[in-house]
Design a protein around this ligand. Structure first.
Ligand SMILES: [Zn+2]
Length: 278
């Protein structure tokens, strides 16, 4: 999965030390990110490459995290050489780009970029938020409101019935591949209750024996995904929620039309079932 960058390690402890010339500069504009394409994948600009045209770059930055001894920073308003090999790319590039630790750093930085961008002002009193020195937190000095990074819990659900698994396609999205059922946890429920509720809402089925598989930070949508398998309980007749899904069908293990890909927990859960490992 995208976060599996071993033997490297992403250290997300907030240590706002200043950048140096070798530090990586992550620059985003909405859904796009500044990268350099290389024969072996992608890389990011270093501060040393940007300093000539961006004198203030060593003053205006936000420390993000480190991967081993490589530090990543968020930067704003970059000037770049007209003939530079840096290009703005859609952040979807991180699903498959190499090296994987840069891809994971790039998408994790994107989640933080969105959080900082969306919390400039205090949601309670409207004053400017300021960055705390000691932890990754924004606070309002006027009303003492505190904001922490946004992470939304959600579930991925592998509904199985003996040798069959339920797969679906989303309605009205650009993502057209087969997926598993999924949904966000609502306030006041456990993640197991989310599983049962989402299955009932999306396909009208009852489930039992809900069991946790794995989790995945999914920065594309500010989400922490938690994967569960569960067994069909009773009728297998699907009643589709057409606002959410364009189709949902049962697949025998041997007929699953999905191949392994690197990025997602959904894909890993489908492939595990296909291979008879769950
Ligand atoms: Zn305030």
């Amino acid at each position: 999965m995208i976060q599996d960058i071993q033997p490297r390690h992403l250290d997300n402890q907030y240590r706002p030390v200043p950048p140096d010339r070798d530090s990586w500069a992550l620059y985003y504009e909405d859904h796009r990110v500044l990268v350099k394409k290389t024969p072996s994948g992608i890389t990011f600009p270093k501060f040393g490459e940007l300093e000539r045209l961006n004198e203030e770059i060593y003053e205006d930055y936000i420390y993000l995290f480190s991967v081993d001894d490589e530090r990543y920073y968020l930067v704003r308003d970059i000037n770049r050489e007209p003939l530079s090999d840096l290009t703005m790319e859609n952040t979807e590039i991180f699903r498959a780009a190499d090296p994987q630790y840069h891809a994971f750093a790039g998408i994790t930085g994107y989640q933080l970029y969105n959080w900082y961008k969306n919390h400039k002002y205090c949601g309670r009193c409207g004053k400017m938020m300021v960055r705390d020195d000691k932890e990754r937190m924004l606070r309002c000095d006027s009303c003492h409101n505190m904001e922490f990074p946004k992470i939304c819990p959600a579930v991925i659900i592998g509904v199985t019935d003996g040798n069959r698994i339920l797969m679906s396609k989303y309605a009205g999205r650009t993502y057209k591949k087969y997926a598993l059922l999924a949904g966000f946890t609502e306030i006041g429920e456990t993640v197991e209750e989310t599983v049962a509720r989402e299955v009932m809402e999306e396909v009208g089925l009852k489930v039992k024996n809900i069991r946790y598989y794995k989790s995945q930070p999914w920065a594309f949508s500010d989400t922490l995904l938690m994967g569960f398998y569960c067994d069909l309980d009773g009728s297998d007749e699907i009643t589709l929620d057409r606002e959410e899904l364009s189709l949902a069908e049962w697949f025998e293990r041997e007929e699953i039309p999905v191949e392994p890909s690197r990025d997602s927990l959904t894909n890993e859960m489908i492939i595990k079932f296909k291979l008879g490992e769950v």
